[in-house]
Design a protein around this ligand. Structure first.
Ligand SMILES: Nc1ncnc2c1ncn2[C@@H]1O[C@H](COP(=O)(O)OP(=O)(O)OP(=O)(O)O)[C@@H](O)[C@H]1O
Length: 332
């Protein structure tokens, strides 16, 4: 079996991309190619903020508020629209390319090597996957943004790039503070107990030992891990995938984040846990953070997010109010 290894690096930029079907407020283009320093980042954010002042914040508010559920959320949305829009994440023409090296068949001979040289082809064992293609948008403080799209469309890759876990092949990501990515694969230690992972996870997020101790019981209670027995003292490898995902979410949600990104965490919990999670996401937004939620559960997206990005084949197909985008996605 071929030995596979994936990495990032050089590769072709993508073709010119069509604009999304519903454009969100866009900032002026961020700083140039050498603008990786914090000064450039601040400048870019300031420019984006100035642009945001000119932009229509109302674009993020649904026009159809006839439905009862929508009407109930109207005051919350109105209060949000009245606040000045502060950009927290600026993604500008982002491309991400995976490079996969395989061991190959080992049957290369002089003729095939010569053909490669003549045809100027690279290694036959290098595969490029252009997973994100020219995505641009600006996220604002207080927004909860859903990311939807079919399997393999590039949603998780986009989150990882925003979190700084994958480099941009082309384009830039500017963020206010350090975004925290919470995925079902978030690194907790399976051989350690849930309780020890709560402590390590809290410390890894930058909480002090005192803060972790103060919030320990709250995290365990929120996760519901101990509802049916003393599971928190058992190694995490004995947990179901749903229990692990709940504990990961509970650890991450214990802290206020400038930018919190959740990858499918809500899909795994039971209904009661999903409700608690949705409530906590609303609180995090109220505490002025920005929340990104990747999910195939459109109901969760509708109940939690006020704006949605629809990604297909790595491209941003649509960016707009939740109901508008999810309706279009469901009709597609
Ligand atoms: N580590 C990797 N190495 C190589 N290719 C990858 C890697 N991770 C993802 N890909 C590829 O990148 C593309 C986008 O994958 P990604 O996981 O971002 O999609 P997704 O929209 O999150 O999918 P899903 O909804 O199934 O979770 C896919 O073609 C996938 O095969």
């Amino acid at each position: 079996m071929a030995d596979e290894q994936t990495e990032q690096g050089d590769g072709g930029g993508g073709p010119a991309q069509p604009p999304p079907r519903t454009a969100a407020p866009r900032p002026d283009p961020p700083a140039g190619p050498d603008g990786s320093g914090s000064t450039r980042r601040v400048e870019a954010l300031e420019r984006a903020e100035a642009a945001a002042d000119r932009a229509e914040i109302a674009a993020a508010v649904p026009t159809d508020l006839a439905k009862g559920e929508e009407a109930a959320r109207q005051p919350e949305r109105a209060a949000q629209a009245a606040r000045p829009a502060v950009p927290t994440v600026v993604v500008d023409d982002l491309h991400v390319v995976y490079r996969i090296h395989t061991a190959g068949s080992g049957h290369s001979n002089a003729a095939t090597a010569l053909a490669r040289m003549v045809l100027r082809r690279g290694s036959p064992n290098l595969h490029l996957v252009h997973a994100v293609r020219g995505v641009s948008f600006t996220a604002y403080r207080g927004e909860a943004i859903g990311i939807i799209g079919s399997n393999g469309s590039g949603k998780s890759t986009l989150l990882k790039a925003i979190a700084g876990l994958l480099p941009a092949e082309q384009g830039r990501v500017y963020t206010e503070g350090q975004p925290s990515l919470l995925g079902v694969n978030a690194a907790l230690m399976n051989d350690l107990t849930g309780g020890v992972n709560v402590i390590l996870g809290g410390l890894a997020m930058g909480m002090t030992q005192e803060e972790v101790q103060a919030r320990y019981q709250q995290i365990v209670d929120f996760s519901g891990i101990n509802d049916k027995g003393d599971f928190i003292t058992l190694p995490m490898r004995t947990y179901s995938s749903g229990m692990s995902a709940r504990l990961r979410f509970s650890i991450a949600a214990a802290k206020n984040h400038d930018v919190l990104m959740i990858d499918e965490a809500l899909a795994t919990g039971d209904r009661a846990f999903q409700k608690r999670s949705e409530e906590r996401i609303r609180e995090l937004r109220a505490e002025a953070g920005t929340v990104f939620l990747v999910s195939h559960n459109n109901k969760s997206i509708r109940e939690t997010c006020d704006r949605v990005l629809w990604i297909e084949k790595g491209e941003l197909l649509m960016d707009g109010p939740t109901d508008e985008v999810v309706d279009a996605y469901e009709e597609s």
